[in-house]
Design a protein around this ligand. Structure first.
Ligand SMILES: NC(=O)c1ccc[n+]([C@@H]2O[C@H](COP(=O)([O-])OP(=O)(O)OC[C@H]3O[C@@H](n4cnc5c(N)ncnc54)[C@H](OP(=O)(O)O)[C@@H]3O)[C@@H](O)[C@H]2O)c1
Length: 328
């Protein structure tokens, strides 16, 4: 690796452009190549990001010897195949959320990364957000007492369009994998794997889940209420309640505007310290791991990425949401 981490971006859609700009804005990181299914789209994004090379196929990007790490920024249904393609070419990978469609696919990608001794991480940027990390530190410190419950909701209004990635089962559509992965991961950060899971929800006409609401239970009485819907936005976000206080999240939990810590001494409000679109801590963590030779980020553990997808497999089965890849 040169002084600078040289990124390749796989896919030239919306998040590829947003995170690509954040990579370019991060010291010690550059985008050197973009690969897309269409060369013109790849070239247009490469030009915007100052990348020297563009490719009209993902395989060419994966084979580029001057790429240190590939950011896989495509739809959920494509992640498994593309992750294995990049790992097969010897490339470390950052894979957009949701990491894969199901736990089987995640197990295969994780096993391959470990077998090949290559860095691999889900792009769950919420876990690297400084306010979310502070909330975790505060919860662990005992300042709000023992954590009793978590509420989390990330919802938005998406007009139904059977071809949109949110609703198209062929590319891994559905509220759970797209936005529910944030609200579920948020609860997981403070409570861990649930002992019991209750599920309710509703499907879009394509069979993708439009609404998912979960109640997680724990043998010791703790619980989480988790929701995500594509039917409408709401101002709820995250709340961690303890025996002596609580922490509330204002704004979207992946990039909060602020958090409020309420303890017996009163309220402390911590504002968002980040500039840019909020992805720079994620870029920095990948670069840190690559430079230090760490193959997995301790802040975004692959085992938890997998465990959450195991819970999701069960949730989707109960909702009746099946992807073509579930049959394999
Ligand atoms: N971290 C975040 O804040 C955030 C925000 C939004 C989305 N995401 C995640 O990012 C990923 C992409 O979302 P997006 O909003 O960027 O979507 P998008 O704008 O619709 O782009 C979809 C991308 O998927 C690629 N793709 C590959 N095979 C495809 C197929 N068979 N059908 C459709 N697209 C295909 C396209 O690649 P080509 O360019 O090669 O055509 C395109 O780059 C998803 O995993 C999503 O959950 C993350």
């Amino acid at each position: 690796m040169t002084d600078s981490v040289r990124w390749g971006i796989l896919g030239a859609g919306g998040i590829a452009a947003t995170v690509g700009a954040e990579i370019v804005a991060s010291d010690g990181n550059q985008v050197v190549a973009v690969g897309a299914r269409d060369l013109d789209r790849a070239t247009a994004l490469a030009d915007r990001l100052g990348a020297a090379r563009s490719y009209g196929s993902y395989a060419e990007l994966a084979a580029d010897p001057d790429v240190d790490v590939v950011y896989i920024a495509t739809t959920h249904g494509q992640h498994h195949e593309q992750a294995l393609l990049c790992l097969g070419a010897g490339k470390p990978i950052l894979v957009e959320k949701a990491f894969t469609l199901n736990a089987r696919e995640a197990r295969e990608v994780i096993a391959e990364a470990r077998r090949r001794q290559l860095f691999c991480m889900e792009a769950m940027w919420m876990r690297l957000n400084p306010l979310i990390r502070t909330a975790q530190d505060v919860a662990r410190s005992g300042r709000i007492g023992d954590v009793v419950s978590v509420r989390s909701d990330l919802s938005a209004r998406f007009e139904f369009d059977p071809k949109h990635r949110l609703f198209d089962l062929g590319v891994g559509g559905g509220a759970l994998l797209d936005i529910g992965v944030y609200s579920a991961t948020f609860a997981w950060l403070f409570l861990g794997r649930p002992d019991t899971v209750q599920v309710t929800g509703a499907l879009a006409p394509t069979g993708a889940d439009a609404t998912v609401a979960l109640q997680w239970g724990y043998a010791d009485g703790r619980f989480a209420q988790i929701a995500s819907t594509t039917l409408g936005a709401n101002p709820l976000s995250g709340l961690i309640a303890g025996t002596k206080g609580w922490i509330s999240v204002q704004g979207p939990m992946a990039r909060p505007a602020s958090i409020t810590i309420h303890d017996p001494d009163g309220d402390e409000v911590l504002p968002d310290p980040l500039t840019g679109a909020g992805y720079r801590p994620e870029v920095a963590e990948v670069a840190r791991c690559l430079r230090s030779g760490e193959l997995e980020s301790p802040l975004v553990p692959l085992d938890e990425t997998l465990a959450i997808l195991e819970v999701f497999d069960d949730v989707r089965a109960r909702l009746g949401v099946r992807y073509p890849a579930d049959q394999e």
